[in-house]
Design a protein around this ligand. Structure first.
Ligand code: AMP
Length: 287
């Protein structure tokens, strides 16, 4: 493999959902490459960027050691790796919780109940830190997967595992007893911040995609008397654009609104006589 030193190296998960999420984000950010035959290396078209495909759980340590300049991986894996990297951007995908999970019928509400218990987990470091914070001592059973069946197998009393929808827990008759942390997919960077100009460009591009995915553009007309109330409902990302209409009693407003809030915002605007309310998706942006 020849990777010229002037190219910035970005590590991506080589397979799984995290890999698909990361590739899709980069594509939307105009960072395009073709991965041939599951190759572990790809060159980005028209930019001095090399993509290295790695195990998601190796990305934090390889980034800390400088084998890659930047990486996309789960914040849970960054916490577990216990290494010193800069988290530059939360990518608003891959959201999950790390939780202490117990059998459905077990009463559990205090971390001190972990004292003397056997805990199966693939997050041994995060769990150890949590135990230390709560002055609890427990026996850890470190594993790399299939943690959810370990209580049934009789080798653990509780598990510490990632939960996204909760369906894996339900299928194994387990419930969340206590949440240890919340995580999502992140962009990390080596502390030395080599190739800082290109790194900054990657961050800005990804940021544009993340914001565009999370917001819509809303346009509406509003009677002058209700403009102030309308701007309270839609304060915008920074500041709304207000244009007077021919009819001086009315203004037109253009504003960014969180996509998840859009329908309730439209309801509220209608209640104060807004009309011609239009939502437009944003493909990309720089703010
Ligand atoms: P769920 O059934 O949706 O709660 O998903 C739980 C399973 O998916 C767990 O066993 C986790 O190992 C895995 N999982 C959920 N979310 C993530 C994530 N963001 N990153 C990696 N693995 C995850």
């Amino acid at each position: 493999m020849t990777t010229p030193d002037h190219n910035i190296r970005i590590g991506l998960p080589s397979k799984g959902r995290l890999s698909d999420l990361a590739i899709e984000l980069l594509k939307e950010a105009g960072i395009r490459f073709r991965r041939q035959n599951r190759s572990l290396f790809a060159k980005v078209r028209d930019l001095p960027i090399d993509i290295i495909f790695l195990r998601a759980d190796d990305i934090p340590v390889l980034c800390a050691e400088g084998a890659i300049d930047m990486g996309i991986t789960g914040a849970d894996l960054v916490a577990e790796a216990n290494v010193d990297v800069d988290t530059r951007l939360s990518l608003n995908v891959g959201k999950c919780r790390l939780a202490i999970c117990v059998p459905d019928d077990l009463e559990f509400n205090d971390p001190h109940q972990l004292d003397g218990k056997r805990i199966a987990t693939s997050f041994a470091n995060v769990t150890k830190n949590f135990l230390a914070e709560h002055n609890a001592t427990a026996h850890l059973v470190p594993l790399s997967g299939s943690v959810e069946i370990m209580i049934t197998l009789g080798i653990a009393d509780v598990i510490v595992d990632l939960v996204e929808t909760g369906s894996t827990l339900a299928a194994n008759r387990l419930k969340i007893a206590y949440e240890i942390g919340q995580y999502e997919t992140v962009l990390i960077q080596n502390k030395q911040q080599r190739h800082s100009e290109m790194a900054q460009r990657v961050i800005r591009r990804l940021e544009g995609v993340v914001i565009a995915r999370g917001y819509s553009l809303l346009e509406y007309n509003i009677p002058q008397d209700n403009l102030e109330a309308a701007l309270k409902i839609t304060p915008g990302f920074k500041s709304p654009t207000i244009t007077p209409l021919d009819d001086q009693q009315w203004s037109a407003v253009r504003v960014m609104v969180k996509s998840s809030d859009i329908t309730s915002v439209m309801d509220q605007l209608e209640e104060i006589q807004a009309s011609a309310i239009l939502e437009t998706p944003i493909n990309n942006c720089r703010l």
